[in-house]
Write a protein of this length. Structure first.
Ligand code: GLP
Length: 240
């Protein structure tokens, strides 16, 4: 695990945006695992802004989002599909047939893992981290599910996602998430965390024991993981 700390959240997001663009330029048929969340908004804005200059052509890229709410109407404004269309897909000309979300079009969760395998597996899986240490929607638990599955969302996770909806009551209670095994099989993992609110969970995830109670701590087991933090999120790691 390599940890890179950059001074500001803007620098951290831009370094990930450049990393994605370079990866696409090197490998035009890249298979990407993609997260949503507020941390990723400046990353996707950076990709949108810089991809032409960095000669990253997304027309052959395939993407698999980490998670999606269950039971929303297609095109619902709170869906992660709508988030990705708004922040990335409409801005880099990736064909919508090459972008995938778990549970979309009524597909069984496990079929998602088969689709990822058929695409050759994830080359790069970008990750955020929830305040409770979740990755995708793999919530802290005594046991984690390795493959794509339905999840009952924790109240804190529903609250953290209420910015996408009219209010907390509209946030679905169930979602579909890639499993931790699906994520750890990616050839490369890149995790981004920014802001002081994340410093405590970043410390637990990266310097605490590997435990299903902090799903992001399993990233410590990955042979090719890059962690990018801003100085606020890294504060707990660097000591007082
Ligand atoms: C959401 C998503 C995660 C994301 C996390 C952090 O619930 N399901 O994939 O990494 O929470 O979100 P944010 O960047 O808004 O803190």
């Amino acid at each position: 695990m390599r940890i890179v700390v950059l001074r500001t959240s803007r620098l951290a997001a831009e370094s990930i945006a450049r990393f994605i663009c370079h990866s696409v330029r090197e490998q035009p048929d890249l298979v990407l695992g993609l997260p949503t969340g507020r941390t990723m908004i400046p990353v996707y804005a950076g990709v949108a802004r810089q991809h032409r200059r960095l000669r990253a052509d997304f027309s052959r890229v395939t993407s698999f989002n980490l998670d999606e709410f269950a039971g929303l109407e297609p095109g619902h404004r709170g869906s992660y599909r709508a988030f990705m269309d708004r922040h990335l897909f409409s801005r880099v000309a990736i064909a919508s047939g090459q972008t995938h979300f778990p549970g979309e079009h009524g597909t069984a969760p496990r079929a998602y893992d088969e689709m990822i395998s058929r695409a050759g597996g994830l080359d790069v899986c970008l990750l955020g981290i929830g305040l409770n240490g979740h990755v995708g929607f793999n919530e802290p638990a005594a046991r984690l599910t390795p493959y794509t599955h339905h999840v009952k969302l924790m109240p804190s996770t529903r609250r953290a996602n209420s910015y996408l909806f009219g209010g907390l009551s509209e946030v679905p209670r169930v979602a579909v998430s890639m499993g931790i095994g699906t994520i750890l099989r990616a050839r490369r993992i890149v995790l981004l965390a920014t802001g002081k609110d994340k410093s405590a969970i970043v410390r637990r995830a990266l310097s605490g024991p590997v435990t299903t109670r902090v799903p992001a701590s399993l990233v410590q087991l990955h042979p090719n993981a890059l962690i990018v933090l801003d100085s606020a999120a890294a504060r707990g790691l660097l000591g007082p």
